[in-house]
Design a protein around this ligand. Structure first.
Ligand code: SF4
Length: 239
């Protein structure tokens, strides 16, 4: 076959493939991602109070049926340092504030006695805003549904550092399945899909560390957390 015939056959093949794909698209059997605009978060234009008010009435996942209160977050909306845990527990659900139970009191001691900051100087939140019944692990669909609240919180607060408390928060913020023991102790780049950062700001860096609830069961881990805290303080001191 000469090169002209070969070229003609190639062109016909391409045309028939294109015709087939267009027909399948029209029939809805396949979906096109070409030129599809990036989906904007429904919260993209909300400020923090409006976002909190939206979350307060949220019924987007099944956790709204068993919660007592929505635990949105607390602290300085311009904090350089943010702490993110997994989900509210029983005390948090009752009081509507994150990290107020025994683990929360330990976190407050880390912030106030260890870091010499005030609890109200930092911002504290969870991945999930409603308590999973019996403190079970968050389900993937609950995380997917709820995480846009957290993403918008991070966008609005624009912290320099996020301390991710425990495997669950660390894995969500870093987009990994690696466990906390291997992740902690080092800064990692934030890997939250769709997170927007102001032009003059850097995305936050993530310092994974043990969850205070783990420290209550395993006090030996406090030395590791203190090492992580010292690295965060040094980072913040550098400006
Ligand atoms: S966990 Fe999040 S998505 Fe689910 S109901 Fe609560 S606020 Fe809404």
């Amino acid at each position: 076959m000469d090169s002209n015939n070969l070229r003609k056959e190639y062109v016909e093949l391409i045309a028939s493939v294109r015709e087939y794909v267009e027909e399948q698209l029209q029939l809805g059997f396949i979906e096109s991602e070409i030129n599809e605009p990036e989906r904007e978060s429904p919260y993209a234009n909300l400020d923090l109070p409006t976002l909190a008010a939206d979350a307060a009435g949220c019924t987007k996942c099944g956790l709204h049926e068993t919660r007592h209160s929505v635990v949105f977050g607390v602290g300085n909306p311009e904090a350089d340092l943010m702490f993110i845990g997994e989900a509210p527990g029983a005390d948090e659900d009752q009081q509507g504030e994150p990290f107020v139970g025994r683990a929360g009191q330990l976190l407050t001691r880390i912030i106030e006695d260890g870091m010499q900051l005030k609890r109200e100087d930092v911002y504290i939140a969870n991945v999930l805003k409603c308590r999973p019944p019996g403190n079970r692990n968050p389900a993937p669909d609950e995380v997917e549904t709820c995480s846009p609240y957290l993403v918008r919180q991070i966008e609005l607060i624009q912290p320099k550092v996020i301390m991710a408390l425990g495997s669950f928060a660390a894995q969500m913020l870093l987009g990994t399945k690696t466990g906390i023991t291997r992740l902690r102790g080092e800064f990692h780049p934030c890997n939250v899909p769709g997170l927007r950062v102001l032009p003059h700001r850097q995305p936050p860096v993530i310092m994974p560390t043990y969850h205070p609830a783990y420290l209550l069961r395993n006090p030996k881990g406090k030395a590791d957390v203190w090492e992580d805290v010292k690295k965060v303080l040094a980072f913040l001191a550098e400006g």
